[in-house]
Write a protein that binds this ligand. Sequence first.
Ligand SMILES: *[C@@H]1O[C@H](CO)[C@@H](O)[C@H](O)[C@H]1NC(C)=O
Ligand SMILES: *[C@@H]1O[C@H](CO)[C@@H](O)[C@H](O)[C@H]1NC(C)=O
Length: 415
Amino acid sequence: MASERWNPSVVSLILFSLLAIASAEVFFEERFDDGGWENRWVKSDWKKDENLAGEWNFTSGKWNGDAEDKGIQTSEDYRFYAISAEFPEFSNKDKTLVFQFSVKHEQKLDCGGGYMKLLSSGIDQKKFGGDTPYSIMFGPDICGYSTKKVHAILTYNDTNHLIKKEVPCETDQLTHVYTFILRPDATYSILIDNVEKQTGSLYSDWDLLPPKKIKDPEAKKPEDWDDKEFIPDPEDKKPEGYDDIPKEIPDPDAKKPEDWDDEEDGEWTPPTMDNPEYKGPWKAKKIKNPNYQGKWKTPMIDNPEFKDDPEIYVFPKLKYVGIELWQVKSGTLFDNVLICDDPEYAMKLAEETWGKQKDAEKAAFDEAEKKREEEESKDDPVDSDAEGDDDDAEADDDETDKEADDTEESAHDEL
Ligand SMILES: *[C@@H]1O[C@H](CO)[C@@H](O)[C@H](O)[C@H]1NC(C)=O
Ligand SMILES: *[C@@H]1O[C@H](CO)[C@@H](O)[C@H](O)[C@H]1NC(C)=O
């Protein structure tokens, strides 16, 4: 029995799973689960002089899946927000880098970001702001109807490079988990709520390096290159007498007017009309060119400017994680910030936090929405014509419904 239970393959499987979990290296994990977060995060002085530095609220928000599970939320409109935390400096060389956090826009966000930044050593946290150089910027960004995307900006050779692929972000008022995974083989993945939304290579999805191949600048189309797809048929002959067909002919229907006087008016000639037989100058019909070589394409050559960088994915001195935002409408709540080397670990953390709470949060949100709608219809006097705005229109709809109900009721009474 025992030997069956503990056969070598089972043992190695157990050992392997233990190792897989134990081997996760966590560089930074912030769950905001105690008041101590303020000692770990440094609020920047950026925009303080102008009274435009916004305050953070330590809260689980207006709706949540667990009132005790708090995060930090922007709490003032028309403000800049800049806050960062430090972790022991590390390089992601030869490691997978996982950057994950959750964000909830409780305000109906018209225009604003929900992204975070990874920064490298050499910055002053008290001066952290919009101009502070960063290494990675990642997360959702919404502005109007046109911008609803996940940013993934990588800084390479002191230049910020945007991802070239569109990755749509979530736009509702609930918590979502955003995960960026960067691997030593220079591939990446973007996950939302533990579901992969985009994946690919740093080489193809960002322009970090000059292109590998370019069009040969020396190449010229050969003089005798035949790129005419169709040619006149050499077999086609002009029909006999074709050129004798006149363009115009006398109108056969025209009649000499009755009062025409040849002596006084001269000899009558009928007006002319377009000859229906006339087909224009003769052209041979077109046939496929048997010598057609296709459109000429400039040949591609190796780009002399391209030098591969096997460390294209490496950020050698990662040291800070920060939030730097401008918010017109506040209410964005960040939580569960994680920087580690293990996508499995990140997935589990997301499942234990967002995953466990999402249904209760949705129910709380629906409840809050119901309350809000009730309040609004109470606040709006039903028959107020003063402002023809949307709220009134909604109230009018409600009134129409009530009238319909009344009619139905009276109909029942009569029966
Ligand atoms: C912080 O958030 C809670 C929950 O949404 C709210 O009741 C409270 O008014 C907020 N405080 C500030 C200072 O914004
Ligand atoms: C780095 O940037 C500089 C200045 O823009 C440029 O001249 C150089 O070619 C770049 N190097 C690489 C490897 O892209």
